[in-house]
Design a protein around this ligand. Structure first.
Ligand SMILES: Nc1nc2c(c(=O)[nH]1)N[C@H]1C(S)=C(S)[C@@H](COP(=O)(O)OP(=O)(O)OC[C@H]3O[C@@H](n4cnc5c(=O)[nH]c(N)nc54)[C@H](O)[C@@H]3O)O[C@H]1N2
Ligand SMILES: Nc1nc2c(c(=O)[nH]1)N[C@H]1C(S)=C(S)[C@@H](COP(=O)(O)OP(=O)(O)OC[C@H]3O[C@@H](n4cnc5c(=O)[nH]c(N)nc54)[C@H](O)[C@@H]3O)O[C@H]1N2
Ligand SMILES: [Mo]
Length: 598
């Protein structure tokens, strides 16, 4: 999709990573760690799980964690919600939403104050340790307790457990998709770095791949497939979020909320057409009203999807797409680590095409109209592309097809051969690239959105909203049209603490209508009363719509939590991410039944 956009000369490719793993990815790159996905849980002695609900979100990781626990590894969980992982944990820290960075900094404080860090590793491989050590000397566990609500003694215990190592950091969306996410991730990545748990057995492995293998992600940066810098500089978001959108940014993608603004205001320049594929943006971008307004104002809107979603319902043209079950793919898995081959598992029916085929056919059609800047998609079929990915490596596709996976020679701790991609060539506790982009170079604690509100707003919006809590039944907005899934999980739930329920006269099964500051819409969710969630914290999922309701909205403005959220800031200074949790919120009304759909 990115190469299709480049082929028509547009630098404006959007991806929903700003709301997903974008904060982690930026922090990972800025520190040079490059460890995302490389948790060596099977060999670890201590796993620190922060903002992750693995029993739902990642069953393979969950099985590894249970195995680790069974062989005596320690599990520490940081999560405001009581998840199965919290029940499994030896130590469960329960912070107020969005305050994790305070805990990370205080753990670093203890590791340094009690001399529990790795001297040799920090001297040889970390940049800015002295500045970092001075910086964290103020952030005592008592300071962190005041911000997070987690007892200082528990933070000290966590730091000491962790120091025993080998230790591995397992993270999730609970601290990502947030306006403070990059700094929060940096505090925890600092722990990984100063204890030397990088590329060590039982630690966090750096991303590796077979020699010569090319990934989709490599192509984004490959100079053979790049637009000229003067075009890339015009990417929307490039100026405000250079680390994300700029020509030397990490993601090579737009700042999505600013694209919506461009559609609505023509600033910084008009955007008149949009092609949405593999994303259900009406439901998964915050502020459903505004997304609809933007879509409605476009001259041309195309959606690629395998079924009619609320996003597709607004399109001028819907292109019927295959699902991954009908496509083939090769992927590098850092968790293995290995390369896997996925064969099409079901036969195509009817007239449908993959994204690759759609892109190739569009480029051909546009060539006839002289509308192609340069053809950046030389692989005419998915197969040719898969062959290209493996061609430079020792892996042979026919063999890979038979075995399904291939391991590759892999060494850990090879720091001098596998260079660390930072200006200093070391893991940067003090990030020079962030400094260059005008972002605080040392990890800091930033107030979460709900604590940034002025007192009057807090009076009006006394609760905190957490969204995106995953369910086994669904994948984001998918499967609501499947009868079996709706039977298992029929309603959009919101978890509410018994005390909060009493305070707002909410009974089990009532429908709560809620809103947040600066959002234009509201959302109605069905109450489930439980002390799994903290008092005053409402926890809910995401992606809800009702295929049985009337289109084109299918209940998107009624039961989808994004309708009650804003995409207009605050934004993370480095990644541009908006908040999917930690917002102030209020209960507008409580009723026995779901209010009328709109
Ligand atoms: N079945 C299923 N699996 C999925 C998905 C799906 O939709 N369905 N989606 C996939 C995708 S794309 C993603 S990104 C992942 C997401 O899955 P995870 O990474 O597990 O993220 P979440 O489920 O959003 O939240 C994880 C935990 O973070 C906690 N949390 C919320 N706020 C905070 C906070 O301020 N601090 C801390 N420490 N914790 C907090 C929540 O209580 C929750 O227990 O799941 C993937 N797997
Ligand atoms: N409020 C709130 N919003 C969030 C989040 C949150 O926690 N809270 N989480 C964010 C996160 S982490 C993520 S990852 C995003 C997810 O956001 P999206 O990616 O928009 O979510 P999906 O529902 O998975 O939409 C995928 C769409 O792709 C199409 N599709 C489905 N399966 C296939 C397939 O096999 N092949 C192809 N080619 N297309 C397919 C369908 O049209 C489907 O609707 O949402 C983000 N938005
Ligand atoms: Mo995600």
């Amino acid at each position: 999709m990115a190469l299709l956009m480049r082929s028509i000369g547009s630098p404006n490719w959007m991806i929903n990573q700003d709301l997903c793993g974008g904060c982690r990815a930026v922090a990972d790159k800025m520190t040079g760690l490059n460890v995302t996905g490389g948790e060596d849980i099977d060999e670890t002695r201590c796993a620190l799980i922060v903002g992750r609900n693995p029993s739902v979100a990642d069953p393979v990781q969950w099985m590894a964690l249970k195995r680790a626990k069974a062989r005596g590894a320690r599990i520490i969980v940081i999560d405001p919600f009581r998840t199965p992982a919290a029940d499994l944990a030896d130590l469960w820290l329960r912070p107020r939403p969005g305050t994790d960075a305070a805990i990370g900094l205080a753990m670093a404080h203890i590791l340094i104050a009690e001399d529990l860090y790795d001297h040799r590793f920090t001297e040889q491989w970390c940049y800015g340790f002295d500045r970092f050590a001075r910086h964290v000397s103020d952030f005592t566990p008592a300071w962190a307790e005041a911000r997070s609500g987690v007892p200082a003694q528990d933070i000290i215990t966590a730091a000491r457990l962790y120091a025993k190592g080998p230790f591995c950091f397992v993270s999730g969306h609970g601290i990502d998709g947030s306006s403070t996410g990059v700094q929060t991730f940096r505090t925890f990545f600092s722990l990984v770095a100063i204890t030397g748990n990088v590329d060590r057995i039982g630690g966090n492995r750096r991303a590796k791949k077979p020699e010569g293998f090319k990934t989709n992600f490599d192509l984004l940066f490959d100079l053979n497939y790049r637009l000229p810098p003067e075009i890339e500089e015009q990417r929307i978001g490039s100026k405000d979020f250079p680390l994300w959108s700029g020509p030397s940014g990490f993601q090579m993608a737009c700042h999505n909320p600013s694209v919506l603004t461009a559609i609505l205001t023509d600033k910084p320049y008009p955007v008149r057409a949009l092609f949405a594929s593999g994303a259900n943006i009406l439901l998964t971008y915050p502020d459903v009203d505004r997304t609809i307004a933007a879509i409605q104002s476009l001259d041309f809107f195309v959606v690629g999807s395998q079924y009619m979603t609320p996003t597709a319902a607004w399109a001028d043209i819907v292109l019927p797409k295959t699902t991954t079950l009908e496509e083939e793919e090769v992927t590098v898995h850092q968790a293995g680590p290995c390369v896997t081959y996925t064969a099409p598992a079901s036969v195509r029916q009817g007239d449908q095409r993959s994204d690759h085929e759609i892109a190739v056919a569009l480029i051909e059609a546009l060539k006839d109209r002289q509308a192609i800047y340069k053809d950046y998609l030389p692989w005419k079929t998915q197969r040719e592309f898969v062959e290209f990915c493996v061609s430079g490596s020792a892996i042979r596709l026919p063999e890979l097809e038979t075995t399904g996976y291939a391991t590759f020679p892999f060494s850990q701790g090879n720091f001098s051969e596998q260079v660390i991609a930072t200006p200093s060539g070391k893991f940067e506790l003090y990030s020079q690239q962030m400094e260059g982009a005008g972002v605080t170079p040392l990890p800091i604690f930033e107030l979460p959105a709900h604590q940034l509100e002025p007192a009057e707003t807090v009076d009006e919006f006394p609760l905190v909203l957490q969204t995106g809590f995953r369910e086994k039944t669904y994948h984001h907005s998918r499967f609501r049209e499947q009868a079996w899934a709706r039977k298992v999980s029929p309603d959009p739930l919101v978890y509410i603490h018994p005390e909060t329920a009493q305070r707002f006269n909410v009974a089990e099964g009532n429908w709560i209508k809620l809103s947040t500051p600066r959002a234009s819409g509201t959302c109605s969710l069905k109450a489930r009363i439980t002390d799994n969630t903290l008092p005053d914290v409402l926890t809910t999922g995401m992606g809800w719509w009702l295929p049985e309701a009337s289109g084109p909205e299918f209940g998107a403005r009624t039961v989808n939590v994004s309708a009650a959220m804003t995409y207009s800031g605050p934004w993370d200074r480095a990644s541009g991410s908006a908040d999917t949790g930690g917002m102030a919120c209020r209960i507008l009304s409580v009723s026995a039944n779901l209010p009328n759909l709109s």
